[in-house]
Ligand binder design. Structure first.
Ligand SMILES: Cc1cc2nc3c(=O)[nH]c(=O)nc-3n(C[C@H](O)[C@H](O)[C@H](O)COP(=O)(O)O)c2cc1C
Length: 189
Protein backbone atom coordinates (compact mmCIF):
# COMPACT_ATOMS: atom_id res chain seq x y z
CA UNK A 1 0.00 0.00 0.00
CA UNK A 2 2.33 2.71 -1.18
CA UNK A 3 0.51 5.24 -3.34
CA UNK A 4 -0.51 8.44 -1.63
CA UNK A 5 -3.98 9.93 -1.54
CA UNK A 6 -4.79 13.25 -3.14
CA UNK A 7 -7.03 15.74 -1.39
CA UNK A 8 -8.98 18.56 -2.99
CA UNK A 9 -7.92 20.89 -0.20
CA UNK A 10 -4.85 21.15 1.97
CA UNK A 11 -5.45 18.21 4.36
CA UNK A 12 -2.73 17.27 6.83
CA UNK A 13 -0.67 14.45 5.29
CA UNK A 14 -0.82 12.29 8.40
CA UNK A 15 -4.62 12.27 8.22
CA UNK A 16 -4.70 11.91 4.45
CA UNK A 17 -2.25 9.04 4.21
CA UNK A 18 -3.35 7.00 7.21
CA UNK A 19 -4.58 3.75 5.78
CA UNK A 20 -5.45 0.33 7.15
CA UNK A 21 -2.97 -2.12 5.69
CA UNK A 22 -3.18 -5.77 6.71
CA UNK A 23 0.35 -6.82 5.79
CA UNK A 24 2.49 -7.01 8.92
CA UNK A 25 5.78 -8.81 9.38
CA UNK A 26 5.16 -10.49 12.71
CA UNK A 27 7.87 -8.55 14.58
CA UNK A 28 7.31 -7.12 18.03
CA UNK A 29 6.85 -3.37 18.41
CA UNK A 30 8.72 -1.44 21.09
CA UNK A 31 6.96 -0.80 24.39
CA UNK A 32 7.71 2.92 23.99
CA UNK A 33 5.81 2.92 20.70
CA UNK A 34 2.92 0.97 22.19
CA UNK A 35 2.59 3.40 25.06
CA UNK A 36 2.92 6.43 22.77
CA UNK A 37 -0.06 5.02 20.85
CA UNK A 38 -2.06 4.42 24.02
CA UNK A 39 -1.19 7.89 25.28
CA UNK A 40 -2.35 9.41 21.98
CA UNK A 41 -5.71 7.82 22.77
CA UNK A 42 -5.59 9.38 26.20
CA UNK A 43 -5.37 12.85 24.67
CA UNK A 44 -8.59 12.58 22.68
CA UNK A 45 -11.22 15.17 23.56
CA UNK A 46 -14.42 14.10 25.28
CA UNK A 47 -17.65 15.70 26.45
CA UNK A 48 -17.08 17.28 29.87
CA UNK A 49 -13.58 15.78 29.60
CA UNK A 50 -15.15 12.64 31.04
CA UNK A 51 -12.72 10.33 29.18
CA UNK A 52 -15.16 7.42 29.10
CA UNK A 53 -12.74 5.00 27.44
CA UNK A 54 -10.51 2.22 28.62
CA UNK A 55 -7.93 0.52 26.42
CA UNK A 56 -7.33 -3.17 27.03
CA UNK A 57 -4.39 -4.66 25.17
CA UNK A 58 -2.46 -7.84 24.58
CA UNK A 59 0.94 -8.44 23.01
CA UNK A 60 1.36 -11.47 20.82
CA UNK A 61 4.02 -13.08 22.98
CA UNK A 62 1.89 -13.02 26.15
CA UNK A 63 -0.75 -15.39 27.45
CA UNK A 64 -3.41 -12.65 27.17
CA UNK A 65 -3.08 -12.65 23.37
CA UNK A 66 -5.31 -15.68 22.87
CA UNK A 67 -8.09 -14.09 24.92
CA UNK A 68 -8.29 -11.40 22.24
CA UNK A 69 -7.27 -13.40 19.18
CA UNK A 70 -9.75 -16.24 19.61
CA UNK A 71 -12.65 -13.76 19.50
CA UNK A 72 -11.74 -12.61 15.97
CA UNK A 73 -13.64 -13.78 12.90
CA UNK A 74 -11.54 -16.11 10.74
CA UNK A 75 -11.00 -13.42 8.12
CA UNK A 76 -9.33 -11.17 10.70
CA UNK A 77 -7.39 -14.06 12.26
CA UNK A 78 -5.77 -14.71 8.89
CA UNK A 79 -3.84 -11.40 8.95
CA UNK A 80 -3.89 -10.34 12.64
CA UNK A 81 -1.68 -13.36 13.35
CA UNK A 82 1.22 -11.17 12.14
CA UNK A 83 0.29 -8.18 14.31
CA UNK A 84 2.24 -7.34 17.45
CA UNK A 85 -0.49 -5.91 19.68
CA UNK A 86 -4.27 -5.83 19.79
CA UNK A 87 -5.95 -2.94 21.59
CA UNK A 88 -9.63 -3.12 22.50
CA UNK A 89 -11.49 0.15 23.13
CA UNK A 90 -14.38 0.03 25.57
CA UNK A 91 -16.46 2.89 26.94
CA UNK A 92 -18.41 3.59 30.07
CA UNK A 93 -22.11 3.55 29.16
CA UNK A 94 -23.06 6.16 31.72
CA UNK A 95 -22.36 9.78 32.55
CA UNK A 96 -23.96 11.43 35.59
CA UNK A 97 -26.27 8.42 36.16
CA UNK A 98 -27.59 8.66 32.60
CA UNK A 99 -26.80 6.51 29.58
CA UNK A 100 -24.71 8.71 27.26
CA UNK A 101 -24.32 8.00 23.54
CA UNK A 102 -21.60 10.66 23.33
CA UNK A 103 -19.26 8.33 25.27
CA UNK A 104 -19.18 6.10 22.19
CA UNK A 105 -18.48 9.06 19.92
CA UNK A 106 -15.61 10.23 22.14
CA UNK A 107 -14.07 6.77 22.26
CA UNK A 108 -14.04 6.68 18.46
CA UNK A 109 -11.93 9.84 18.57
CA UNK A 110 -9.55 8.07 20.96
CA UNK A 111 -9.19 5.16 18.55
CA UNK A 112 -8.47 7.50 15.64
CA UNK A 113 -5.81 9.29 17.71
CA UNK A 114 -4.18 5.90 18.29
CA UNK A 115 -4.36 5.00 14.60
CA UNK A 116 -2.76 8.32 13.64
CA UNK A 117 -0.04 7.92 16.25
CA UNK A 118 0.72 4.43 14.91
CA UNK A 119 0.98 5.86 11.39
CA UNK A 120 3.25 8.65 12.58
CA UNK A 121 5.55 6.05 14.15
CA UNK A 122 5.74 4.21 10.84
CA UNK A 123 3.63 1.33 12.15
CA UNK A 124 0.48 -0.31 10.85
CA UNK A 125 -2.78 0.33 12.71
CA UNK A 126 -5.92 -1.44 11.57
CA UNK A 127 -9.30 -1.03 13.27
CA UNK A 128 -11.61 -4.04 13.57
CA UNK A 129 -15.19 -4.78 14.47
CA UNK A 130 -14.99 -8.32 13.11
CA UNK A 131 -14.94 -10.19 16.38
CA UNK A 132 -17.36 -11.90 18.73
CA UNK A 133 -18.47 -9.13 21.11
CA UNK A 134 -19.95 -11.56 23.62
CA UNK A 135 -16.86 -13.71 23.70
CA UNK A 136 -14.43 -10.83 24.21
CA UNK A 137 -16.61 -9.48 27.02
CA UNK A 138 -16.50 -12.89 28.70
CA UNK A 139 -12.80 -13.51 28.04
CA UNK A 140 -11.72 -10.13 29.41
CA UNK A 141 -14.39 -9.99 32.15
CA UNK A 142 -15.69 -6.63 30.94
CA UNK A 143 -18.56 -5.43 33.12
CA UNK A 144 -22.02 -4.78 31.61
CA UNK A 145 -21.78 -1.06 32.31
CA UNK A 146 -19.14 -0.78 29.55
CA UNK A 147 -19.74 -0.85 25.79
CA UNK A 148 -17.36 -3.08 23.87
CA UNK A 149 -16.53 -0.93 20.82
CA UNK A 150 -13.68 -1.86 18.48
CA UNK A 151 -10.19 -3.26 18.29
CA UNK A 152 -7.02 -1.87 16.76
CA UNK A 153 -4.39 -4.30 15.48
CA UNK A 154 -0.91 -2.81 15.50
CA UNK A 155 2.29 -4.11 14.02
CA UNK A 156 5.29 -3.51 11.83
CA UNK A 157 4.72 -3.08 8.13
CA UNK A 158 5.01 -6.27 6.17
CA UNK A 159 5.22 -7.29 2.56
CA UNK A 160 2.21 -8.17 0.50
CA UNK A 161 3.47 -11.79 0.44
CA UNK A 162 3.01 -11.89 4.25
CA UNK A 163 -0.73 -11.95 3.56
CA UNK A 164 -2.84 -14.96 2.55
CA UNK A 165 -3.20 -14.93 -1.25
CA UNK A 166 -6.89 -14.03 -1.09
CA UNK A 167 -6.10 -10.83 0.83
CA UNK A 168 -3.27 -9.60 -1.33
CA UNK A 169 -5.42 -7.77 -3.90
CA UNK A 170 -7.33 -6.03 -1.08
CA UNK A 171 -4.13 -4.24 -0.01
CA UNK A 172 -5.05 -1.02 -1.80
CA UNK A 173 -5.54 2.58 -0.74
CA UNK A 174 -9.28 3.06 -0.22
CA UNK A 175 -11.19 5.93 -1.78
CA UNK A 176 -13.83 8.16 -0.22
CA UNK A 177 -17.24 9.56 -1.12
CA UNK A 178 -17.13 12.97 -2.72
CA UNK A 179 -17.17 15.87 -0.29
CA UNK A 180 -20.42 17.03 -1.95
CA UNK A 181 -22.10 13.73 -0.93
CA UNK A 182 -21.38 14.14 2.78
CA UNK A 183 -21.29 17.86 3.41
CA UNK A 184 -24.46 19.91 3.76
CA UNK A 185 -24.57 23.64 4.25
CA UNK A 186 -27.45 24.29 6.61
CA UNK A 187 -30.57 22.09 6.60
CA UNK A 188 -30.53 18.39 5.69
CA UNK A 189 -31.68 18.08 2.11
C1 LIG B 1 -14.66 0.51 13.47
C2 LIG B 1 -13.98 -0.17 12.31
C3 LIG B 1 -14.10 -1.53 12.15
C4 LIG B 1 -13.41 -2.18 11.13
N1 LIG B 1 -13.44 -3.55 11.07
C5 LIG B 1 -12.61 -4.20 10.24
C6 LIG B 1 -12.46 -5.60 10.33
O1 LIG B 1 -13.07 -6.27 11.16
N2 LIG B 1 -11.60 -6.19 9.47
C7 LIG B 1 -10.89 -5.50 8.52
O2 LIG B 1 -10.13 -6.12 7.79
N3 LIG B 1 -11.00 -4.15 8.43
C8 LIG B 1 -11.82 -3.49 9.28
N4 LIG B 1 -11.91 -2.11 9.23
C9 LIG B 1 -11.11 -1.35 8.26
C10 LIG B 1 -11.97 -0.63 7.23
O3 LIG B 1 -12.38 -1.54 6.25
C11 LIG B 1 -11.14 0.52 6.63
O4 LIG B 1 -10.88 1.47 7.64
C12 LIG B 1 -11.90 1.21 5.49
O5 LIG B 1 -12.00 0.35 4.38
C13 LIG B 1 -11.20 2.49 5.05
O6 LIG B 1 -9.87 2.21 4.68
P1 LIG B 1 -8.64 2.98 5.33
O7 LIG B 1 -8.69 2.76 6.82
O8 LIG B 1 -7.42 2.35 4.70
O9 LIG B 1 -8.76 4.42 5.00
C14 LIG B 1 -12.62 -1.43 10.22
C15 LIG B 1 -12.53 -0.05 10.37
C16 LIG B 1 -13.20 0.59 11.40
C17 LIG B 1 -13.04 2.08 11.57
Amino acid sequence: MSSERKSEYNVNKLILNRTSPRAMNGETIENNDLFAILEAGRYAPSAYNYQPWKFLYAKRETKEWDLFFESLVDFNKSWVKNASVIILVIADKMFNDKEEIINIFDSGAAMQNMALQAKDLGLVGHAMSGFDYKKIRENLEIPENYHVLAMLAIGNKGKIEDLPVELQDKEIVSSRKELSEIVIEGKFK
